[in-house]
Design a binder for this molecule. Structure first.
Ligand code: PNS
Length: 160
């Protein structure tokens, strides 16, 4: 079976935690679409184009990974792409309730859609894009938190 899955998110910006989940999904499935949410209630720090470009560079070594963007409902987007599986990372118990709600809502909207969770790598359980933005903008060292190839661009944007 040729299996495509979607890894959705805001990726504002991509972290090593995201990259770990994407890399592991790319080993488990034939094709991984990393789907960047364009419109959300929050205004992202990084534009859609910047988030996509950072992700493209971060996954450049993974041949079966593509970066796409979507607006509106994820369940609809999956249906339109013919994808029936969402893969997400679970960092801690605190993620569970929100992720569980989203998985159930997505299933109601699109009953063919399954959500699978990969447990975050132990080094990434505390890591989030918002933490990267806060530490980076305050002059802290984020080199252990973001892919090396995009580190300087993230820092440049956060310290503007
Ligand atoms: O990286 P994030 O911010 O945790 O990603 C959340 C994301 C983008 C997966 C989620 O907000 C989403 O799917 N948004 C699209 C709108 C939607 O489908 N909402 C209903 C899901 S309950």
């Amino acid at each position: 079976m040729n299996k495509t899955v979607i890894c959705p998110g805001s990726f504002d910006p991509v972290t090593l935690g995201h990259l770990d989940i994407i890399t592991r999904a790319s080993k488990l499935f034939d094709r991984v679409l990393v789907a960047v949410l364009v419109n959300s209630s929050k205004t992202p720090t990084f534009s859609t184009a910047e988030r996509i470009e950072l992700l493209r560079d971060a996954v450049s070594g993974l041949d079966n990974v593509e970066i796409v963007s979507f607006e509106g409902l994820l369940a609809e987007y999956c249906k339109n792409c013919g994808v029936d599986t969402i893969v997400k990372g679970l960092r801690a118990v605190s993620d569970f309730e929100y992720e569980f709600q989203m998985a159930l809502a997505n299933k109601k909207l699109n009953p063919d859609l399954e959500t699978m969770f990969l447990t975050a790598d132990a080094d990434s359980t505390f890591l989030s894009s918002s933490m990267v933005r806060e530490i980076g903008s305050m002059g802290g060292d984020i080199s252990n938190f973001v892919p090396a190839c995009v580190h300087d661009r993230i820092i440049a944007k956060l310290r503007k």
